[in-house]
Design a protein around this ligand. Structure first.
Ligand code: HEC
Ligand code: HEC
Ligand code: HEC
Ligand code: HEC
Ligand code: HEC
Ligand code: HEC
Length: 455
């Protein structure tokens, strides 16, 4: 019975410790969860403030909504409203020039430059003498609309920039402070507990001495190890614990070798297939062009990214989600710029590059032969059949188990595409006679032969 009492007090202490640890980890989790939540709130709040783009005079007589469409169709390739691209930022340009000048410039800027117009020559020279496309087809009303669009106040962007910085840094500090406060408080509590235990122990000893009970003082001198070895219960518990955790790591290690379904590593640049292949509908083949023609599908080089990203230095406000803010995405694009050495302010390459080491997700063992073009081009299998709804992945992952069973099952049930393939037609006739069937699966074509998949 005494032993039992002892154990329950041990387990009480254990529970207490666990509860403490839990509450600690919960509070720190709550801290982490709270910080990103705060960001969108801060973004939303001071939305009303606008850039002081003066001189509304030139705005009159234009439809900004129509202007936006015209701008996106004709001008967005070279201009942005608030940042320099190939051409200068256009917000507020209606206040910079007279209407008549703008008509002339947009209808044919090189004529205006040749005519020696001082303002025209000045912009031309300031922008490395890059000629601007002529737009004779745009009517003066069209141009009025575009100008009206450029004169619209910058609605949301400036406020969060100013607003975010302050609360952002404050938030970080707040998180840091409260975490260390919690830690400090906890260690204080621990210290107080220890002191109290020592005090209680002393009082009990005194009480015992006063009552004439002899307290054996040798026991505490027992070495920790011996005490531990004597307590069979503790030995058993720790042995089980060690075995279980050992098994866990060994299992994890073994699983590394084979199945990695849903493996989804953090990439050096957060690249969202949802945004690229989904929202923006970019074809898989634009970036993974070799999937159709070769064994490997490959990851695109950063030059491919720059085809678009020379002009896309930030995402639109609507791209941000609850989990990822616009600010987060913009910083990821900045990482791309850093890697390729692109100076977006001056629109040129600095020549200082650093490689991006994408973490490889899919990885068949070296003894397996898998060929993309065989499946994508010859068999006509969609990328999504094997890789899942990639266009919805915020973070890329391994969708299929990539086990032998997975390959074989699909070979058993997938029919070979015969249309437009004379070579197959002939084989089909022979083989379908052999098997006495109309349709032919990849398995019947030899897709189960070991040598086809194994070197
Ligand atoms: C092929 C790229 C290109 C396109 C397309 C283009 N621009 Fe330009 N734009 C430029 C460049 C470059 C300059 C700077 C002057 C120069 O080098 O010719 C410029 C200058 C301007 C300027 C003078 C800006 C300033 O701050 O002085 C205005 C206004 C302008 N563009 C309006 C437009 C409009 C409106 C459209 C669409 C209808 C348009 N641009 C389409 C390249 C382009
Ligand atoms: C704009 C370029 C781009 C487009 C379009 C694109 N991808 Fe990717 N893809 C990448 C980049 C960059 C990576 C490496 C980073 C990552 O894993 O997220 C990648 C990684 C992958 C991977 C994982 C590769 C590995 O390491 O095993 C798969 C699978 C994939 N893409 C499939 C697709 C499919 C299917 C589509 C069409 C629905 C598609 N991608 C469209 C750029 C692109
Ligand atoms: C065909 C054009 C195109 C190509 C090629 C392209 N992007 Fe993008 N990228 C976009 C567009 C469009 C957006 C979203 C803009 C928005 O939402 O306002 C974007 C957004 C991004 C973002 C921010 C959102 C996110 O995914 O985290 C990053 C980072 C990015 N691209 C990196 C890359 C990289 C790296 C490559 C090359 C592997 C690449 N892009 C190739 C068009 C492209
Ligand atoms: C029949 C199933 C299947 C189809 C269809 C398929 N893939 Fe794959 N994909 C795989 C397997 C299996 C791997 C792993 C290959 C390896 O490790 O050698 C892979 C790997 C990849 C990789 C990583 C780089 C590489 O080449 O190893 C990318 C990127 C990729 N696939 C993109 C695509 C795209 C884009 C398409 C559509 C055009 C596509 N895949 C169609 C099964 C498939
Ligand atoms: C989504 C279904 C599917 C999956 C999954 C799949 N395959 Fe296939 N595979 C096919 C089809 C269909 C063909 C027949 C292509 C043709 O017309 O030649 C084929 C053909 C092949 C061939 C050529 C066979 C021959 O007779 O020449 C090899 C090799 C192969 N697959 C390897 C693999 C490996 C390795 C895996 C797993 C990593 C795999 N496949 C997963 C559908 C699939
Ligand atoms: C359609 C393609 C395909 C065919 C056909 C195929 N295998 Fe495999 N095999 C695989 C893949 C993919 C793996 C890797 C599985 C993994 O990583 O779990 C594999 C793994 C193996 C392994 C290693 C076991 C392991 O789990 O690591 C052996 C042994 C093996 N195959 C034997 C065979 C034999 C024998 C045959 C003929 C009867 C055969 N395979 C036919 C695709 C194939």
């Amino acid at each position: 019975m005494k032993k039992m009492g002892n154990h329950s007090s041990i387990s009480k202490k254990l529970y207490l410790g666990l509860a403490l640890m839990l509450s600690l980890s919960l509070t720190s989790y709550a801290q982490e969860a709270a910080t990103p939540m705060a960001a969108p709130a801060a973004t939303a709040a001071p939305a009303a403030t606008a850039t002081p783009a003066a001189a509304p005079a030139a705005t009159s007589g234009g439809d900004a909504a129509k202007g936006k469409d015209i701008f996106n169709a004709n001008c967005a390739a070279c201009h942005k409203l608030d940042a320099k691209a190939t051409g200068p930022a256009l917000r507020g340009v209606g206040a910079k020039y007279e209407k008549a000048w703008l008509y002339k410039w947009i209808h044919n800027s090189s004529d205006l430059i040749k005519s020696g117009d001082a303002a025209a020559v000045k912009v031309f020279e300031e922008n490395n003498k890059i000629p601007m496309t002529a737009f004779p087809q745009l009517s003066e009303a069209d141009i009025d609309n575009v100008i009206a669009y450029t004169m619209e106040p910058k609605a949301v962007a400036p406020a969060p920039v100013a607003g975010e910085k302050v609360p952002g840094t404050a938030d970080a500090n707040a998180g840091g402070i409260s975490n260390s406060v919690i830690l400090g408080a906890l260690s204080l509590v621990m210290a107080i507990l220890i002191v109290m235990l020592v005090l209680v122990n002393n009082v009990l000893r005194k009480v015992a001495a006063a009552n004439g009970i002899h307290v054996a003082s040798k026991e505490p001198r027992l070495s920790l190890w011996k005490a531990f070895a004597r307590n069979q219960f503790l030995v058993l518990v720790s042995a089980i614990f060690l075995l279980l955790s050992g098994a866990y790591f060994v299992y994890g290690y073994l699983m590394q070798v084979g199945v990695d379904q849903n493996y989804s590593p953090v990439q050096p640049i957060h690249f969202s297939h949802r945004i690229h292949a989904g929202s923006n509908g970019i074809n898989c083949n634009y970036c993974h062009s070799s999937a159709r023609v070769s064994k490997h599908s490959g990851i695109p080089s950063l030059n491919v990214c720059m085809n678009c990203h020379k002009n896309i230095s930030e995402v639109s406000d609507t791209t941000a989600t609850a989990d990822y803010s616009k600010d987060f995405y913009d910083k990821e694009i900045a990482k791309l710029y850093k890697a390729v050495g692109w100076d977006k302010d001056n629109q040129k390459y600095t020549g200082v590059t650093e490689p991006v080491k994408w973490v490889r997700i899919h990885n068949l063992q070296s003894f397996v032969y898998f060929n993309h073009s065989q499946h994508v081009t010859v068999a006509g299998v969609e990328c999504q059949t094997c890789h899942g709804p990639v266009q919805t992945y915020e973070i890329q992952k391994q969708f299929a188990p990539l086990t032998m069973k997975w390959c074989i099952e699909c070979h058993r049930k997938t029919e070979v595409k015969m249309e437009g393939n004379d070579y197959y037609k002939k084989i089909h006739e022979q083989l379908s006679k052999k098997y006495g069937v109309d349709k032919l699966t990849a398995a019947q074509m030899g897709g189960l032969e070991c040598g086809k998949c194994h070197y």
